[in-house]
Design a protein around this ligand. Structure first.
Ligand code: SAM
Length: 254
């Protein structure tokens, strides 16, 4: 158990883990090796960080909250490398690769963090993170399902998605209003598309007007003549492979 000398800040999505059994299971899931290049996003007061330091030669962490940075620095671990800043602006190139990403993510920006990681996919070995359970379910949803959307398409295109275990609200302080889950994400050996930027753009535009026909949402990108995908359909009815086809058809025009 950790002494809570820091008042949790909602705007930074701070819900600190206080359940040692859950922390042990997270570390078992990560299964750290001495020389792994780990990056923990949002170490907070060190709930996962401190036990993890026993297993690795070096641990990199990126934390936005200056107050928490002072707490972490006061621990004086020589093999804990602390970066202060916003993970969404953090340049992963400064770290040794391949990087293993871990963390109990701030839920308010979890999708943005995942999209940022996709843009850096070539540097990443794997990702073990805590998310809202509902977000993990959205990731794995199939086309036609209510929760299928941009996150599902983006994640299924680049990762094998494996929900490892769920975590109840009482495992955190303050107690969140939602259930959580640990998910393990392994980049696909053969990514379904190489052109991440274009793929992102097509998927984002397609889902920007979820209820509209694709010919409206993609009107500045593709016309019906340029693709065999029926553009009178809505984004939520397209499979991941359909989005790959749309991207390839777009690339042929540009
Ligand atoms: N790892 C700790 C734990 O499990 O108790 C804290 C997890 S808490 C859910 C999320 C952490 O991410 C907080 O420490 C918060 O300050 C940090 N955080 C929030 N937004 C961030 C950002 N944009 N960049 C880096 N860290 C951020």
């Amino acid at each position: 158990m950790y002494l809570l000398i820091h008042k949790a800040r909602k705007r930074f999505g701070q819900n600190f883990l206080i359940d040692n059994r859950i922390i042990d299971r997270i570390i078992a899931t990560i299964s750290p090796k001495r020389n792994d290049n780990l990056l923990e996003i949002g170490p907070g007061q060190g709930a996962i960080t401190i036990p993890l330091l026993n297993y690795v030669n070096q641990l990199n962490v990126i934390e936005i909250d200056l107050n928490l940075i002072s707490i972490l620095e006061s621990l004086e671990y020589s093999h804990l490398i602390i970066y202060q800043g916003d993970v969404l602006k953090f340049d992963l190139n400064i770290l040794p690769m391949p990087i293993r990403i871990i963390g109990n993510l701030p839920y308010n920006i979890s999708s943005s963090i995942l999209f940022h990681l996709i843009e850096n996919l070539d540097k990443i070995q794997d990702i073990t993170v805590m998310l809202q359970k509902e977000v993990v379910e959205r990731m794995g949803a199939n086309s036609g399902s209510k929760v299928y959307g941009r996150l599902s398409v983006m994640m299924q295109t680049f990762f094998n998605i494996n929900m490892i275990f769920t975590v109840p609200p009482e495992s955190f302080n303050p107690v969140p209003r939602v259930d959580s889950a640990i998910v393990y994400l392994k980049p696909l050996a053969q990514p379904k598309t190489k052109n991440i930027k274009v793929f992102e753009k097509v998927v984002k535009l397609a889902f920007s007007q979820r209820r509209k026909m694709l010919r409206n949402s993609l009107k500045y990108v593709l016309t019906q003549k340029q693709t065999d995908i029926d553009l009178s359909r809505r984004a939520e009815m397209l499979t991941v492979d359909d989005f790959i086809t749309l991207t390839q058809d777009y690339e042929k025009q540009h």
